[in-house]
Ligand binder design. Sequence first.
Ligand code: MF3
Ligand code: CO
Length: 297
Amino acid sequence: MLRINPNIKVWGRNDLCPCGSGKIYRFCHQEIDEKMLAYRRKGCIVPSKRLLKKKSEIEAIKESARINVAVLDYVSEKIGEGMSTEEINRLVHTKTVEMGGIPAPLNYQGFPKSVCTSVNDQVCHGIPSPKTILKDGDIINVDCSTIYHGYFSDSSRMFCIGNVSEENRKLVEVTKQAVEIGLKEVKPWNFLGDMGQAINDFVKSKGYSVVEDIGGHGVGLEFHEEPFVSYVTKKGTEMLMVPGLMFTIEPMVNMGRANVYIDDNNGWTVYTEDHKPSAQWEIQVLVTEDGHEVISW
Ligand code: MF3
Ligand code: CO
């Protein structure tokens, strides 16, 4: 039996559009709503209305992202050989709070620090520690997330410490390109799987692998909201991209095999099984009416 999501309210044609644009519904979201309904009837996964950010929410999320980007810029000025990941944690925490934000990772499901720092064979969720000192040749992901007035931003960057091998530098570069290739697929009426396949095909063509068990997520009103965003999906599958949908593109790319495991001791840090290096860049992106807008990078 055909099921229609009750969240899709059929609005009066001449009512003010519920998106908050101040326009009349039939000149604003009516066409989009009808298109979503048609996709839903074909059996596609269509986002519920609450996942589509309103204008005022987008503005508020951008304020959060302004802090998140400033914090990452701050880290990029200071990071270097000899610095401990605990020191990075202190930089992130201090800068975020100074700008009026709250570091989202701190106490999130028991996470003990204000930022994730993942070095070399650490895939993600590395926990800052005074014992982890950055050394010449390391590659590190710094993953920052900010709460500001209740709105969430999330992005991460890689940093090369000193003289990084050609091999590892290439891994970092290809991973960044993978995000850019995925981003090209972000536009209304594409599917998340279009992006997933573009990323996975590209990464494979370079001889690397994409981590399958961990992925990205919707973000903005919560730290992690629907949809789950995988980068090993197929074109034409997964959730439909609709203006207002906001999510992260954050593939984890392994130089060796895709297999990973979680550190037993802390229950957080993910490592590559073969202990070859892994890289990740993360951006937060909004689907707009004519394509996309990068919110945090
Ligand atoms: N920033 C990570 C992400 O991209 C989330 C880490 S959860 C934490 O989704 F608790 F480890 F911070
Ligand atoms: Co994220």
